[in-house]
Design a protein around this ligand. Structure first.
Ligand code: F6P
Length: 366
């Protein structure tokens, strides 16, 4: 009998619960047992009651909840072979050799490494007498399917990641709120949003919130940006605009690759415009709270598709990531997507923005 495991790993994202629910119920519907691994890879390494089978009702009333009810963690022990050995032992105790991993690029890379090492881990467990030959033969391969949970929307191969839409809604609500107080005082605000290597949240919220200026890592401003930004804002005021908003992505850089912090932007505005300027760093508010309708729907669809993909996987097939492409649920080769995502970050660091954008648009599906 097949038993699959599901875990959420890395930073949480709204919609992870909807994905977990879809995985559990899709599996049960197909007569497949499903275990939740609590606290991400840490729970896999720890075992015990951190790996528990879930029933239909266990995932009731979680669709609309933010965060992840099965917990998540960033887990350094899983980076060590010893940690992965313990994890393999704990999975085999429950007969699990198929995993749906919901996380960002780091979590998915970890899953792939684990998969590649699986045979040697199993052999070592037999040698140590931790498992018998029959168990080893029955579970000679680990199969994985990835779902991308990250508010950053930074993964190549999917148009949207789980949580990005909810985070964007949260940011736009915040910008709307700031706009009204900014307008009352004719003040300038700098709003810093998340997105480590990806300006998606900053750019989209700047458009949706009607901001004056935006700074993102993928498209650094011209050398003269400080002057340009101040001129724009000054002209806006002169034309009667009462609120001025500048959105800064946390990973924003100038064209020499130096970081542009929200405080630097504030200082520039204050010095050159002589205006009362305030900074709002939205922080983890962006990652919390209820998922948007889009995130609930998308996570449900990709969660369901992930189970189908995982059940049709074979020990030799390439692991897949399930995401969205052109408004359709699509799968793409997991490791190519992860590697390409890293290549995008490298190209940004090398200031080759055109190449970075070309790579980000790569499609591994038709
Ligand atoms: O990757 C998601 C993200 O929210 C980034 O935008 C941010 O830089 C980072 O996680 C913050 O991580 P932590 O969970 O360590 O606060």
């Amino acid at each position: 009998s097949i038993s699959i495991g599901v875990l959420t790993s890395g930073g949480d994202a709204q919609g992870m619960n909807a994905a977990v629910r879809a995985v559990v119920r899709s599996a049960l519907n197909l007569g497949v047992a499903v275990h939740a691994i609590f606290e991400g890879y840490q729970g896999m390494v720890d075992g015990g009651d951190r790996i528990r089978s879930l029933s239909w009702d266990d995932v009731g009333s979680i669709l609309h909840r933010g965060g992840t009810i099965i917990g998540t963690a960033r887990c350094p022990v899983f980076r060590e072979r010893e940690g992965r050995l313990a994890a393999a032992r704990n999975l085999l105790r429950h007969g699990i050799d198929r995993l749906v991993v919901i996380g960002g690029d780091g979590s998915l890379t970890g899953a792939n490494l684990f998969r590649q090492e699986w045979a040697s881990l199993v052999a070592e467990l037999v040698e140590r007498g931790d498992i018998d030959e029959l168990t080893a033969q029955r579970h000679s391969a680990l199969m994985i399917t990835g779902l991308v949970g990250s508010i950053d929307n930074d993964m190549v191969g999917t148009d949207m990641t789980i949580g990005a839409d909810s985070a964007l809604h949260r940011i736009v609500e915040a910008i709307d709120a700031i706009t009204s107080t900014a307008a009352s005082h004719q003040r300038t605000f700098v709003v810093e949003v998340m997105g480590r290597h990806c300006g998606y949240l900053a750019l989209m919220s700047a458009i949706a919130g009607g901001a004056d200026y935006v700074l993102i890592p993928e498209s650094p401003p011209s050398e003269n940006w400080e002057q340009e930004m101040c001129d724009l804002l000054r002209n806006g005021r002169a034309a009667g605009r009462r609120d001025s908003i500048v959105v800064v992505a946390e990973g924003a850089c100038d064209n020499a690759g130096g970081p542009i912090s929200s405080d630097r932007v504030r200082q520039v505005l204050q010095d050159r415009l002589g205006e009362d300027t305030r900074v709002t760093i939205l922080g983890h508010v962006q990652r919390g709270g209820t998922p948007s309708a889009f995130d609930r729907c998308m996570s449900t669809l990709v969660g369901h598709a992930a189970v189908q993909e995982l059940l049709s996987a074979t020990p030799t097939s390439e692991p897949q990531m399930v995401g969205m492409r052109y408004n359709r649920v699509r799968q793409a080769p997991l490791m190519q997507c992860v590697e390409q995502t890293h290549a995008v970050a490298r190209k940004i660091a090398e200031h080759d923005y055109a190449k970075a954008m070309e790579l980000r648009g790569s499609s591994f599906t038709e």
